[in-house]
Write a protein that binds this ligand. Structure first.
Ligand code: NAP
Length: 250
């Protein structure tokens, strides 16, 4: 147990992959967890699967109206949260020539605007001692073909880690990130890539992972639980790489 008993966590994008695994692990470590997702049926099914310590809110991280209502909706369930894992997102890939405004706006709305305003709207519910965890990606560390928009959006999230940490440290609210490498999730479903291109990306990425495999969502979840807990009480403004040893440009 990581001492999360009597703690409440909000996990955005908790209906699948890393978010769902994080919700499960936080609950296993004693927390009550609220998840978000875009679809009522998926949120309800996930809450049922996660059990009685789970709650759900339908909220689109790429929709400003939903973002502005999120604090109020969370407040309807709990007066405060101790942990905020800002995870909702997806990666869309295209060569530079094919990127259009919709592609750009979709990615920046969910990943950049979504992250900023999720944190802003939830801050009034977070007391001293709380922990915010953002989800970046190892794509910020490498030049990756067809990934200009996604990588730039995640680089903005990486920048938020430092800015938010500088601003919230004096309030004793810790801000960190997990930076996952390739993880087996539904991530490629909205990637704009054909099955052949996904295979090509897999063939490119695998030889670069020192542990020579994709990670599991539960392996990222363990890092989230650690950063959420008092075990990480002096970790602030940093990223934890959960990437099997992906080479990084430093
Ligand atoms: N898998 C990887 O290799 C990898 C690597 C580095 C970083 N990441 C990051 O990890 C995060 C989670 O991705 P995943 O790999 O776990 O993929 P996933 O299995 O597709 O899960 C994505 C989650 O985000 C939610 N979501 C997507 N758009 C949303 C929106 N507009 N509003 C609210 N929820 C939204 C989805 O919920 P609904 O569809 O139900 O709304 C789902 O719960 C993303 O930020 C991704 O960029 C993934």
């Amino acid at each position: 147990m990581s001492g999360l008993t009597n703690k409440t966590a909000l996990v955005t994008g908790g209906t699948s992959g890393i978010g769902k695994a994080a919700a499960r692990d936080l609950i296993a470590n004693g927390a009550t967890v609220i998840i978000t997702g875009r679809y009522a049926d998926k949120v309800a099914a996930t809450v049922q699967e996660l059990g009685e310590k789970a709650h759900g809110i339908v909220s689109d991280a790429g929709n400003m109206q939903d973002l502005l209502l999120l604090g109020k909706k969370v407040n309807g369930i709990t007066p405060h949260i101790d942990v905020l894992f800002v995870n909702a997102g997806f990666g869309k890939y295209a060569p530079i020539e094919s990127i259009d405004e919709t592609h750009f706006d979709e990615q920046f709305n969910v990943l950049v605007k979504g992250t900023l305003f999720t944190v802003q709207q939830l801050l009034p519910l977070m007391k001293a001692g709380s922990s915010i965890i953002l989800n970046t990606s190892i794509v910020t560390e490498v030049g990756l073909q067809n990934s200009a928009v996604y990588s730039a959006a995640k680089a903005a999230v990486q920048s938020f880690v430092k800015s938010f940490a500088a601003e919230l440290g004096p309030r004793n609210i810790r801000v960190n990130a997990v930076s996952p490498g390739p993880i087996s999730t539904n991530y490629f479903d909205r990637s704009n890539l054909t099955a052949e291109q996904v295979q090509g990306m897999t063939d490119w990425v695998l030889p670069q992972v020192s542990l020579a495999r994709f990670g599991q969502p539960a392996e990222v979840a363990k890092a989230v639980t650690f950063l959420a807990s008092d075990n990480a009480s002096f970790m602030h403004g940093t990223e934890m790489y959960v990437d099997g040893g992906f080479p990084r440009i430093k």
